[in-house]
Design a protein around this ligand. Structure first.
Ligand code: TRP
Length: 370
């Protein structure tokens, strides 16, 4: 591991991430009070993911807001590498993107990189990743996006549209650039080496600036995109980054779709959710009730608490009383887990219904090559 004791790249996240250090390392900017106030003023809403620092960092959010206030609109873009079923951590940037879309009334593109996950995962065929792309698309649509202003791009299906843009990008990135950013070696397959140009392509799919809400692990791709954008006569993509969502096993590393028990999938039944949280959710509690009552729990490392903070409890007062009660030992681990289980299952019941309905709507969302 690096001297910092954490690693964040698009294909590997490990260790206990120090986000202030990461901001320095990546050269991004922390979301300031001033930007928070600006977003609040423009949208008329104080989004809990901003307020709580779930979205904590950005690149050129100011320019996007300046332009917007002058009447110049942007568009939104985010994506997902379909390596498995969607888990609840994936929903964070998508739900936030949905909110941005509503508030700013802009178009949205969602890229499913079936090629990328084929290149990066030894055990997945292109058929597997295409299948997961379809499954992931259902989750995205289920969040309430509308087909008139939202399009889903599937790399192997939309290559005809992406390729001419990717070619412009690829010509400006050389091997030593990608090597420096991603640590590629001579053994890395050449699909991976070309791949950043495909993830960059949707940034330039419309003739206006783009804003990308994304997990911070994806920043390195767009650092390259931003470097080359002026060279191809395009605006640099602006970014707004969310923290990595911990897996059930605890802080240090993101939720991984390939670790069955370390993850709550959007397709899990209420019983499975209950079992997974009770059995696998890392606890900040004490080994026995007596000690817990005496010393209290640590919500800062407790995964159940973190999920409530990040996604499932948007009410600050309720969250604070859970925090205080758990900290003081008044609330037991089994109790905080029960709160989370109920929240997740309530959310998933509705989500799974919408996900079923999405099967009839998916065609309307798929980007058509022109
Ligand atoms: N590479 C991303 C992943 O593995 C998928 C992706 C494609 C993406 N385009 C994006 C993520 C834009 C964020 C923003 O999940």
């Amino acid at each position: 591991m690096s001297a910092d004791d954490f690693i964040v790249t698009p294909w590997h996240v490990e260790g206990d991430i120090d986000y202030d250090k990461l901001i320095k390392k990546f050269g991004t900017e922390k979301i300031s009070e001033e930007i928070l106030d600006r977003i609040k003023r423009i949208t008329g809403e104080d989004h809990f993911m901003l307020r709580r620092g779930i979205f904590f960092s950005h690149r050129e959010m100011n320019r996007i807001l300046d332009d917007y206030e002058k009447g110049k609109k942007f568009f939104l873009y985010t994506g997902r590498g379909p390596s498995g079923h969607t888990h609840i951590g994936h929903l964070v940037p998508w739900v936030f993107a949905k909110w941005l879309q509503e508030k700013f009334q802009v178009n949205m593109y969602f890229q499913l990189t079936d090629d990328e996950k084929f290149y990066s995962k030894q055990n997945l065929t292109l058929e597997d990743t295409a299948k997961f792309a379809y499954e992931n698309a259902l989750d995205f649509i289920a969040l309430g996006f509308k087909p008139n202003n939202t399009k889903i791009i599937i790399n192997t299906k939309n290559i005809q549209t992406l390729y001419p843009i990717a070619a412009q990008v690829a010509k400006k990135i050389n091997f030593s650039n990608t090597k420096a950013v991603f640590g590629f070696t001579n053994e890395t397959n050449i699909g991976m080496i070309f791949y950043t140009s495909l993830q960059s392509a949707p940034c330039f799919i419309e003739d206006r600036p783009v804003l990308i809400p994304l997990g911070v692990d994806q920043d390195p791709h767009f650092r390259l995109t931003r470097d080359i954008a002026p060279k191809i006569g395009k605006p640099k993509p602006a970014l707004i980054h969310n923290i990595m969502i911990p897996g059930l096993g605890g802080p240090g590393g993101k939720m991984s779709a390939s670790d069955e028990n370390g993850t709550v999938y959007t397709t899990d039944s209420p019983n499975v959710v209950k079992k997974k949280i009770n059995k696998y959710a890392f606890s900040g509690g004490q080994p026995d009730i007596e000690q817990h009552r005496k010393i209290g729990g640590n919500p800062d490392i407790d995964v159940s608490y973190q999920y409530l903070r990040i996604f499932f409890e948007s009410d600050d007062n309720k969250l604070k009383s859970i925090y205080d009660d758990y900290r003081s030992g008044k609330m037991l681990t089994g109790e905080i887990k029960a709160i989370l289980i109920e929240k997740i299952n309530k959310f998933l019941t509705v989500h799974q219904e919408k996900r079923e309905k999405a099967k009839e709507k998916i065609e309307q969302f798929l980007f058509e090559n022109k």
